[in-house]
Write a protein that binds this ligand. Sequence first.
Ligand code: FES
Ligand SMILES: [Fe+2]
Length: 428
Amino acid sequence: MTDPVRLHDRYPELGNGNLPVAPYIDPAYYDLEKKYLFKRTWLHVGRVEEIARVGDYVVRELPVLDSSIIIARDRSRQVRAYHNVCSHRLNRVAYEPAGNTRKFFCKFHGWAYDLDGSLSGVPDEKSFINFDKKCYGLTPVSVDTWNGFIFINLDPNPSVSLKDFMEPMYAGFEDYPFEKFTACYSWNAVVGCNWKVALDAFQETYHVGYVHGRSIAYALLKDEDGNLHPIDGICGTHHRRLSIAGDPDTVYGNPQAATAAADRDVGHNQVGHKIAAKALKVAQGGTKLDFSDMKLPEKLNWTKHSTWAFDINVVFPDFYLSCRPNYFQAYNFRPVAHNKTLFEARVYYPEMATSGGRFYQEYMKTALRDVLLEDLSTLESTQRAAETGAKQEMVIQDFELMVRHQAVVIDRLIEEGLRRDGQLQAAE
Ligand code: FES
Ligand SMILES: [Fe+2]
């Protein structure tokens, strides 16, 4: 009998040994991640629909950047980002997590800033000496958008544009109708674990048969031994992707549910829990827009698997984007401390036009909530166990390659950063 093809064989440069536990528990390693990853790369902070109108803004508190960042739409409809720090004596200028405003006013001495960040009003300006208002705007932060997702970069001169950062892995995603999925629901949770412990639980399928054994495991495609292997995985310079197959006779494993035209024969033999089966049946043709003939990007389901269900895309470092023909999930695993993470889950659906569609959407919302609770259930105890020092290494199987890829990329970036800063001798 020949050995199955291994994902690891395609990426020999990633190695195949055990992974060290230290990067998950060491505060000094976390400081290096902040300095050499998070403060120097593009980070997803939201979607353009959140600041659709002139004057709309959101404030992102990002402990991993030691910063509070305002993202706003200015009068020329351009998306701007700047530090939430007044140029006078450093008070904040935005106080709500989101809103609409004509200007940002500092509540300490009343300085006013326009939506483009320029300083426009200074009470008793004549009492300042050699003062030029033009020099004291809010400190800008690099910002750009990719398919409606807003990214910021704390590096004032990013070494790579957002386009060049995304394209090696995600060129072609502009054909995905992100903007048509306008019904959004979300959950946030602060979890007592390292951000990588949390993200790892979402970038492998090995756990599905166990953690999700009583919820969604039945809906995903298993081999004859009952193991849930991804169809394929791709590791890039930064990002990574996994492709997953499902059972189209289940509501969770059918990527066309709700979007198919009503005369399509979707899920006629639905399996699984009774309510789930009902949700699949009544969902047919439930969306306002008919997505049944939608042309998806070639790069989704890149193996062209017949029962492909969804792709998991991990946009480095902490953005998880799972795209399906009928909805997408956008999660962030935002580090708060070396052992604390803010998990932000957002799910975007098309608007439903029928009561069946609404039922499907509510079912999926509740089902996903339960699945997420299952995913989160192991994280804090894993972190505590890691911190006992009982184990110095973790064992990784072939389909946990993405966990390994993440560790290797982070190590590489930290090493490059230390070398640039002269803190590490160049390799012999
Ligand atoms: S600190 Fe903002 S006006 Fe003084
Ligand atoms: Fe899971």
